[in-house]
Design a protein around this ligand. Structure first.
Ligand code: HAM
Length: 428
């Protein structure tokens, strides 16, 4: 008997998980630097939250949600994204009244019933930020700058920032009509989904991926050419700020993003290294979302990126199957007494913040040395009968291959490792 994975889900095995930890640590560190604080919200919500927040006529709500009734027949949905939940949490906590300006970040799994392929999964993971309570273009630039910093920190190049503005609710309504008219003569040659979108929500035609629809979409008017004065000025100030921050962007007049809550600024970061699923990260303003969910008019802006996609790009760059550990010391032990001493020393050293590993498979010395190398341990200490009897051993520095005598006490070892493994000092 074997158990298969649910289609579109994956195991992230330890070698790969290290890369994920690196991405997550870099993201947290950068979020801290920008003074964003972590928010954690549930993985399941009432379906209405997403239906209202993201929009009934979006693909995410219309086709991609994992929705099911609970025992009492209430409709629940596995979160397909984080923005609607963040806005709900903001309202539920009464922050719109007590402390309306909030800068948040989050990390976690999201669920969409999509056709799985490389970089596209049914359970995927996002890192994201959301800012509530400011209309200032400086926030738009800060949020985009944060996204860019993350990529720089991770050493990613080959990135393009696409930028557009879809204006306020009134601009959007006007633009919907412009699009409806524009597509009126061609819509019968476009896909069925687009024909439905033409009736319900013409903006969504612009993010259709069908090859046959592209020639028509390429000729569509751009949203940024249809902005009211305020929105045009907002967009132009955002661009000025980005210029001053030296963040280069391309205006993509047909970038509208797949979720209905967006207003004004929208953006995506595209990686040349991702292939078909090239969008590393996307976001924008949602100045009407909090109000749609029953709160007061409250502006918001944020982005989310796919951790899975970032991990793919990093893996392809590094081209290394596994990664070395941060192990300070490997204890190679021989004989019952040696093994017992190794276990005790490892335990005591770990309590003092030293990363230590030892053999648990009764293997010979040669195999244990190979293992110490494979793990990339900084130091090696062999514990056999002689060492147990004399209370002294030889600490081998694996980087230079030199050995030095050391007393086998926790204090002596910690003192030696602290001096030499400064970077691995976990207590400091
Ligand atoms: P989104 O564009 O739907 O936006 O998703 C953001 C990112 O999540 C994408 O750029 C992609 O990297 C990743 N992603 C989406 N779907 C999948 C999938 N099926 N498999 C793997 N990765 C995927 C949002 O979710 C908005 N909530 C972003 C936002 C935050 N806007 C404002 N604030």
């Amino acid at each position: 008997m074997s158990f298969e994975l649910v289609r579109g889900t994956r195991d992230i095995l330890p070698d790969e998980a290290r890369r994920w930890q690196r991405i997550e640590a870099a993201f947290r560190a950068i979020a801290d630097r920008y003074n964003y604080r972590e928010i954690r919200f549930p993985v399941i919500e009432y379906t209405d939250l997403f239906a209202r927040g993201i929009g009934e006529t979006t693909d995410v709500v219309g086709k991609q949600m994992f929705t099911f009734p609970d025992q009492k027949g209430r409709s629940l949905t596995l979160r397909p994204e984080g923005t609607a939940s963040a806005a709900r949490a903001y309202l539920n906590a009464g922050l719109h009244v007590n402390d309306p300006f909030q800068k948040w970040y989050y990390l976690g799994p999201m669920f969409r019933y999509e056709k799985p392929q490389k970089g596209r999964y049914r359970q995927f993971h996002q890192y994201g930020v959301e800012v509530f309570g400011s209309l200032e273009p400086t926030v738009d630039a800060e949020v985009i700058g944060l996204a860019w910093s993350l990529m720089t920190e991770l050493g990613l190049g080959g990135l393009r920032l696409k930028l557009n503005s879809i204006g306020c609710a009134a601009d959007r309504a006007r633009f919907q009509n412009v699009l409806r008219e524009h597509f009126a003569s061609s819509i019968s040659s476009m896909c069925r989904d687009c024909q439905r979108r033409h009736q319900e929500n013409p903006l969504r035609i612009l993010d259709c991926k069908e090859a046959g629809c592209q020639p028509f979409i390429e000729e569509a008017p751009g949203s940024a050419d249809n902005l009211c004065e305020d929105c045009a000025e907002h967009f132009s100030t955002v661009r000025e700020h980005l210029d001053r921050l030296d963040l280069s962007y391309e205006i993509d007049p047909r970038l509208v993003r797949g979720l209905d809550y967006y207003t004004r600024t929208v953006f995506e970061l595209i990686s040349d290294e991702l292939g078909a699923q090239d969008s590393l990260l996307g976001g924008g303003r949602y100045d009407g979302l909090v109000e749609t969910l029953g709160g007061p008019s409250t502006p918001g802006i944020g982005f989310a990126g796919g951790t899975d996609r970032l991990a793919i790009v990093l893996e392809e760059r590094e081209n290394t199957p596994g990664e070395k550990t941060d192990l300070d010391l490997y204890l190679a032990a021989l004989g019952d007494d040696g093994r017992s001493l190794a276990l005790q020393l490892a335990d005591a050293l770990r309590r003092r913040g030293v990363a230590v590993d030892l053999d648990h498979r009764d293997r010979g010395l040669r195999k244990q040395l190979t293992e110490a190398n494979r793990l990339g341990a900084r130091y090696l200490l062999v514990l056999g009968d002689d060492e147990v009897a004399s209370g002294r051993g030889n600490l081998k520095d694996m980087t230079i291959g030199e050995e030095d005598g050391v007393e086998l006490t926790v204090e002596a070892l910690v003192a030696r490792l602290r001096t030499d493994c400064g970077g691995h000092d976990k207590e400091g």
